[in-house]
Ligand binder design. Structure first.
Ligand code: AMP
Length: 318
């Protein structure tokens, strides 16, 4: 583990810096990436700072990536934000630079990088970037930087609702408000869904299998998405919805990919689910993880494992 001072000393040494984050980026991936890029550009205008990766259609309003060539990687510093493991980095040339830094808030299962800073107590990677800026005399938390970081924190805390939200998270959020960031506009944008996505919520409640233990799951397959006219990325907007039900404490959503496999989204309000995710080619936070199921049989197998896990948790009376 390295200190912020060591990371900033490294940043100062490089003229070209490429900032990456994970595939299928969420607001925290994009917010931490763009927030860091913006503060570095503002502090060091002579450095070339590039934002890499593929765009997510529904989040282009927040940040879009730039073209990064093979030549750009030569001799560059590469910084990866919000990405626990190397296979999920959205640009597998990440190791082609001269030096690699990991900055993240997920469990540090894959401690990659020449330098790394991981804080699993942080609500989001965006909160860590705010702390990095605060630790330095040279980096500034400007209104533009705060815009990206606010979106990232809102995304990963469910608008300051999840247990990962700490006093410090609120203090950092307060600094953003003091800078005049239009928080209501960001919240509205992040809350926005299409009519088709709203219809999906209804179908989801109809299809949700709820076990007496409080474990639940729903499958959103290709046929359903086609019928509703939504894509996989839009289907992700309903992942947190079952958590509002009194009957549900831990749940999974299986969203089918074009190749027939399922991207699994796991969420919990108590039982720790990242071990289960790890057993199915995934990982993540104790209460919010992702995994992959090759077919429906594996989805159902995962639900059996989820039910066991929740039942055990209930028996312990935690
Ligand atoms: P998601 O359900 O895709 O919103 O992901 C929930 C959390 O789990 C996020 O913090 C992701 O970064 C993490 N995550 C999702 N998929 C994976 C994976 N395959 N491996 C490791 N972490 C993952």
């Amino acid at each position: 583990m390295n200190s912020f001072a060591e990371i900033i000393a490294t940043i100062k040494k490089y003229d070209r810096i490429i900032i990456l984050r994970h595939q299928n980026p969420d607001p925290d991936a994009l917010g931490s990436q763009a927030g860091l890029a913006t503060t570095l550009r503002q502090a060091f205008p002579d450095k070339k700072v590039l934002i890499g990766g593929n765009d997510t259609e529904g989040l282009k309003w927040l940040s879009t990536a730039e073209e990064v060539t093979d030549a750009d990687y030569q001799g560059a510093l590469v910084i990866v934000t919000d990405t626990a493991n190397q296979p999920r980095i959205d640009d597998q040339r990440f190791d082609d630079g001269d030096f690699l830094i990991k900055i993240d808030h997920h469990p540090n299962d894959d401690a990659y990088g020449d330098q790394l800073f991981v804080n699993t107590d942080a609500s989001s990677c965006s909160e860590i970037i705010a702390d990095l800026i605060d630790s330095s005399d040279e980096l500034q938390l400007t209104k533009e930087v705060a815009y990206y970081l606010y979106a990232g924190i809102v995304g990963d805390t469910g608008r300051f609702l999840y247990p990962s939200t700490t006093q410090h998270t609120m203090e950092v959020g307060g600094k953003f408000i003091a800078l005049g960031v239009d928080t209501a506009a960001i919240n509205n944008k992040m809350n926005e869904i299409t009519l088709q996505q709203a219809k999906l919520q209804g179908v989801l409640f109809d299809n949700l299998q709820i076990d007496a233990s409080g474990a639940a799951y729903a499958v959103i397959d290709l046929d359903l998405m086609k019928k509703l006219g939504i894509n996989q990325e839009q289907a992700n907007s309903v992942v947190s919805t079952p958590g509002r039900l009194k009957e549900v404490c831990t749940w999974m959503e299986a969203v089918q990919k074009d190749d027939g496999t399922f991207r699994m989204h796991l969420r919990s309000q108590g039982p720790v689910i990242n071990g289960l995710a790890k057993n199915h080619d995934g990982g993540g936070h104790p209460l919010a993880s992702g995994a992959t199921a090759k077919d429906r049989a594996e989805v159902e197998q995962m639900f059996e494992e989820l039910k066991e896990l929740v039942t055990e948790y209930n028996q312990k009376g935690e």
